[in-house]
Ligand binder design. Structure first.
Ligand code: NAD
Length: 465
């Protein structure tokens, strides 16, 4: 969303003592406009808008499969099912509609919350899962290929007057801040953010003094960032590339742009499949880590000439652009696993292109004026969610346990009449420890404990040689 000048209303938003009733985003009898999408949609105003409700049975089976692989979240569901701590609270969520997300949604509902949901990416919604949630009377506004009605869907979740937000990329929070600042400041007690790019946007907003409610940085939890982004993105990105192309990775020059959490995961999994992995970076320490892990490090200008497959994982725009496309080999495959479709400059690629055609699902061939062909996967959107199913349930188990516990924390504080400051708030280390311990238990893995003597030793500043 484009950066806009603060409105007068937004500047005045903080500190106004207005009742929640008068802050209603829209009157109760408001009839929403229809979606712009032309193809088949099952739309019931105020209830759901999904691609095809008849897919619900298929979706339920997918959700059950995910539930059987998410033991930590299921344990939390059982724990809070009886006490229903979220009763009386409404969560608006804007996050990829996958089978794992449905497990999270069901867990919120079991804990007493009302939930309304939209997808956070045009290509990541699983239509069967969306149908299953709609059939369970969860207000959901999401379908695969939602390019035109993305913000319309977010708006429909706001019709339910949420007091909590859950984001993956900060689009919901941005919508609230830019269009409903008074509501954001007065009616929303807090939110949570799932991904690195969203956290960056929110920190920028907080630094500018413009964040109107606290947002817990789920992404930055150790049990999220060091697992979901690394092993989840690593496996599912390779899965997406293979489903979209079926090429052999062994022996290929596989260029990974960015050696942060996601990039490292992709690099180690691509190497595991026998690819020659080349890393590009802008940060010296990250480049050094890649080098000492045994990867070749090159600037993109040089990597572009020798790469067979390119995958961006930076969260930054224009990482692969005109001059890189011009020097690529014939048949190069280009994809992205960063949050937004900005890392590969498709506008510049189109300027170099003579013709374009769909070769297979999620794989488009660009015939360049220089005679070479370049293949772009999943329209440059995150390939693991668009061309595959996103991360495995086992790793989302920890990410979503963090989401669930963070929403509970916001509500418990609210019940005590307390509120966190309007900042990006870290996850408490005890939460990470609890989730990791529970995950290990469910995996049947035991670990040692520090002895009393060892605890004394590590806190003894006089202990020496
Ligand atoms: N595909 C998914 O399912 C998924 C999952 C989690 C996160 N993400 C997204 O992936 C992106 C990366 O997340 P992360 O957690 O790895 O972030 P990170 O901060 O750990 O790593 C990003 C790395 O990219 C490098 N970088 C920045 N600009 C670059 C450039 N022009 N060229 C080369 N390297 C550059 C940075 O130096 C950094 O090392 C974000 O957009 C995040 O939201 C996607």
């Amino acid at each position: 969303m484009a950066k806009q000048k603060r409105t007068k209303q937004q500047k005045q938003a903080r500190g106004k003592n207005t009742s929640r009733q008068s802050l209603r985003i829209r009157p109760a009898k408001f009839t929403p406009p229809p979606p712009k999408e032309k193809g088949k949609l099952d739309y019931k105003p105020g209830k759901y808008c999904v691609r095809d409700l008849s897919l619900a049975k298929e979706g339920r089976k997918l959700i059950e499969w995910a539930e059987s692989h998410m033991p930590v979240l299921m344990e939390l569901r059982e724990r809070y099912r009886k006490t229903k701590p979220l009763q009386g609270y409404t969560i608006a969520g804007c996050l990829h509609v996958t089978k794992e997300t449905a497990v999270l949604v069901r867990t919120f509902v079991a804990a007493g919350a009302k939930v309304a949901w939209s997808g956070c990416n045009p290509l990541s919604t699983n239509d069967a899962v969306a149908a299953a949630l709609a059939a369970e009377s969860i207000p959901i506004f999401a379908w695969h290929g939602n390019h035109k009605d993305f913000y319309w869907c977010i708006e429909r979740t706001l019709d339910f007057h949420p007091n909590l937000t859950l984001d993956d990329g900060a689009d919901l929070i941005n919508t609230l801040h830019e269009h409903y600042p008074q509501y954001a400041a007065e009616a929303v007690i807090g939110g949570t953010e799932e991904t690195t790019t969203g956290i960056k946007r929110l920190r920028a907003r907080a630094d500018a003094g413009e964040l109107l409610f606290p947002v817990i940085a789920v992404n930055d939890a150790e049990t999220k960032w060091d697992f979901d982004n690394v092993y989840g993105t690593g496996q599912s990105t390779i899965d997406g590339i293979l489903r979209a192309t079926s090429v052999m990775l062994a022996g290929k020059n596989f260029v990974v742009a960015g050696f942060g959490h996601c990039g490292r995961g992709v690099a180690i999994r691509a190497r595991g499949m026998g690819a020659n992995v080349i890393v590009t970076e802008v940060k010296a320490t990250a480049a050094l880590k890649a080098l000492l892990e045994g990867f070749r490090v090159l600037p993109m200008d040089e990597a572009a000439k020798i790469g067979d497959i390119f995958c961006t994982a930076t969260g930054v725009n224009n990482v692969i652009r005109k001059r890189h496309f011009q020097s690529m080999k014939d048949g190069a495959i280009v994809c992205n696993t960063g949050h937004y479709d900005v890392e590969i400059n498709l506008v510049e690629l189109k300027q170099l292109t003579k013709s374009k055609r769909q070769i297979r699902p999620n794989c488009e061939e660009y015939r360049l004026k220089n005679g070479k062909k370049i293949y772009v996967l999943a329209e440059g959107r995150l390939v693991n969610l668009a061309a595959a199913e996103g991360h495995p349930s086992e790793v989302m188990d920890m990410s979503f346990a963090n989401q669930f516990m963070s929403q509970i924390r916001l509500v418990e504080l609210d019940k005590q009449g307390k509120r966190l400051p309007p900042e990006v708030i870290p996850i408490p280390p005890e939460q990470d420890e609890f989730i990791a311990q529970t995950k290990l238990q469910t995996m049947g893995v035991r670990i040692d404990k520090l002895t009393r003597d060892q605890q004394r030793y590590i806190h003894d500043y006089l202990a020496g040689t």
